[in-house]
Design a protein around this ligand. Structure first.
Ligand code: AMP
Ligand code: ZN
Length: 136
């Protein structure tokens, strides 16, 4: 079920650190280390699948439900004015980690983000602090 060389499988297994903001039997949501905006979260199924063509419907539904929870938290506690949900499936679509995932990207009035974004590292302490706020 887990792919040995998959970074998101290692996060799901708790083998490398991540700032987890929500989890359940099927999914884990954690802070993206290159956030497009403040509070950018990645939601994954625990079980490895590659992309939208590969994920089983039960995991797709579970990821959607967790993304909905995280989006609501972003609006409630971060005062996000909107949220983008984004999945990139395939290198041609910009996918860089080949374990299915949905980005939850909080949007703020007049933020300068243009999608798709150019990934940039941010301060890890800031990312952890936002993660603490988002954790339900
Ligand atoms: P994508 O380009 O759609 O495949 O998205 C992969 C995302 O995973 C990027 O936004 C990366 O910043 C993010 N990412 C990669 N490694 C990690 C990690 N160890 N912890 C958190 N986010 C990560
Ligand atoms: Zn994986």
């Amino acid at each position: 079920m887990a792919e040995p060389d998959c970074i998101f499988c290692t996060i799901a297994a708790g083998e490398i650190p991540a700032t987890v903001v929500a989890e359940d039997d099927r999914t884990v949501a954690f802070m993206d280390i290159n956030p497009a905006t403040r509070g950018h979260v990645v939601v994954i199924p625990r079980a490895h699948s590659v992309d939208i063509g590969d994920v089983v419907p039960e995991d797709l539904g579970a990821v959607a439900a967790t993304a909905q929870r995280v989006a609501a938290r972003a609006k409630d506690v971060l005062d996000a004015a909107g949220v983008n949900l984004l999945n990139s499936s395939g290198a041609a679509a910009g996918q860089t980690v080949f374990h299915f995932h949905v980005h939850v990207i909080p949007r703020y009035e007049d933020d300068p983000l243009a999608l798709p974004w150019v990934p940039e590292a941010a301060d890890m302490e800031d990312i952890k602090a936002v993660g603490e706020e988002l954790r339900a």
